[in-house]
Ligand binder design. Structure first.
Ligand SMILES: NCc1[nH]cc(CCC(=O)O)c1CC(=O)O
Length: 313
């Protein structure tokens, strides 16, 4: 009998797709093991009606999986990197950051309009403060309404709730086989993605050498460096509540370019800049960019936002 490895995941169609993708990759690379998927409900799945910004996102989609990992109920936890808090619980580490999909956001509009030719006052659904702020900065006539639920639910609401468009991540839409619904790849100049967007992460127990070796087989070095820089930036900026931050690291020839943005909720103020350096210094590039953005006014922006908006410290 081969040793069985239990892979924990949320139960949304996207989460299951991602967990199965990890399972298939590992099964090919390590045929001596057998793998089983175990679905686990998280707080984020149980609170589908509450605006994300109100609950805060500290481990909303990850906590139950992490507890199962710590208790030995599962051996690996598969997450979207963008749903992972920047500080992991004691005793857990990221075993793999898998090769990143196109990290950007996409527009899916009801009548096929792109961002620039949506009608004045167009209604766009998204629950992400980051998307809201950058879209309103691009066009302040847009009306943004809260839209939660998994990818399929959100697309369903585009039809039923009289919206002109919704914004989703390319990766999520593509993985669910809904790529033909995409109207436009939103340019990175308009909207920087969420930290970690497009990358699948595999969390393991610290010191579990067997799982470290196993997950090492699907770790993608450049994706890990890019995501490390983005997470270092966010960790330095954040202070216990959801804030409109976007970031994207790209690695080319050993150099890492990190772009980052911080904006006010209504998009009226927006600070955006970049920092680059040797890719192996990923984390310090994130910290340096955070300091630069703070000097450019992001610090002030974040302080005022925390006072008004932070319900959950
Ligand atoms: N916030 C939910 C979430 N978490 C990860 C993805 C998609 C996968 C990814 O972008 O990595 C999505 C859906 C979306 O934002 O459209």
């Amino acid at each position: 009998m081969s040793k069985e490895i239990v892979i924990g995941t949320r139960e949304s169609r996207l989460a299951l797709w991602q967990a199965n993708w990890v399972k298939d990759c590992l099964q090919k690379l390590a045929p001596a093991y057998s793998f089983r998927i175990k679905g686990i409900k998280t707080l984020g799945d149980k609170n589908l009606d509450t605006a994300l910004a109100k609950i805060g996102d500290k481990g909303l989609f990850t906590k139950e999986l992490e507890l199962a990992l710590l208790r030995g109920k599962i051996d690996l936890a598969v997450h979207s990197m963008k749903d992972m808090p920047t500080i992991l619980p004691e005793g857990l580490v990221i075993g793999a950051v898998c090769r990143r999909e196109n990290p950007g956001d996409v527009l899916i509009s009801r009548k096929g309009n792109k961002l620039e030719d949506l009608p004045p006052g167009a209604i766009i659904g998204t629950s992400s403060l980051r998307r809201r702020a950058q879209l309103c900065h691009y066009r302040n006539d847009f009306k943004i309404i809260n839209l939660r639920g998994n990818v399929d639910t959100r697309l369903g609401k585009l039809e039923s709730e009289m919206m002109d468009a919704v914004v989703l991540s390319f990766a999520g839409v593509h993985r669910l086989g809904l790529g033909d619904r995409i109207t436009q790849l939103i340019p990175l100049e308009v909207c920087l993605p969420a930290v970690g967007q497009g990358s699948i992460g595999v969390e393991i127990r610290a010191g579990d050498e067997e799982m470290q070796n196993l997950t090492g087989k699907i770790d993608h070095h450049e994706s890990r460096l890019a995501v490390t820089a983005e997470r270092a930036l966010l960790r330095k900026l954040e202070g216990g509540c959801q804030i409109p931050v976007g970031a994207l690291g790209t690695v080319d020839n050993g150099r890492l370019l990190l772009e980052g943005v911080v904006a006010s909720l209504d998009g009226s103020k927006l600070v955006r800049s970049s920092w680059s350096g040797s890719a192996e210094d990923a984390a310090s590039i994130g910290v340096q960019l955070a300091e630069k953005l703070a000097q450019m006014g992001a610090g002030e922006l974040l302080r005022s936002m925390r006072q008004e908006n932070c319900h959950n410290v």
